[in-house]
Structures are given as C-alpha cells and as structure tokens.
Design a binder for this molecule. Sequence first.
Ligand SMILES: [Cu+2]
Length: 116
Amino acid sequence: MKAKALILTSVTLLTLIASSAFAEEMHMHSHNHMEGMTTAQGHQGKGSVNRVDVKAGKVNLTHEPIASLNWPAMTMDLDVMDKSTLNGLKAGQSVTFNLVEKRKGKYVISEISVVK
Ligand SMILES: [Cu+2]
C-alpha cells in the first residue's frame, strides 16, 4: 500500500515536471510567433523618389506593386514616421522602403534606403 502511494507520487511529480517543460516550450513558441507577427506588420516596397519634403515629412514616390498590401504600382505621397529618415534623400534615387500601418488604413514609411 505504501509502495503504491510512492509510485503514484513519483508519477505525479514526473507529470508535473514534464508539463512545466512543455509550458516552457509553449512560451518560447508563442514568443517567437509574436516576433514573427511584428515583422509581418511591415510591408516592403521598391520605388523611385520624385520629391522630398523634409519639413512636412513627406516623400513622393513612384513605387512598384506591393503584393502584401495588394497595392498596384503608383505614384503617391507617403508620410514618414520620423522626418530624419528623409535627410539626404534626393529626387531620382531608387529606394527600398518599409511601410507600417500607423492607424487603420494609413501607411507610413518606417524605413527608407537608397539602392546603390
Ligand atoms: Cu501607392
């Protein structure tokens, strides 16, 4: 009787250890998943600069289609998240950029880099 109780205790303990290890792994997975989702919020674009307005924090771009947003190719004004992003940017340059949704349906440039 005593031995049986001991075995039961051991099994319970093992189950506890196993489930906490599982919980640990689950946590890591969900953490990785969160990071993946953060990255997925950005949309990569490619285009060329037509006008830069550092003061207004705007850039006019002719961009290629952006599949992840279902945007066709077009020429448009885009706001930047941080005006300093536009420093040194000039008309005629080819760029790649990253768009983030600032608020519902409003996309702004979080990063822009000149393609050399
Ligand atoms: Cu556009």
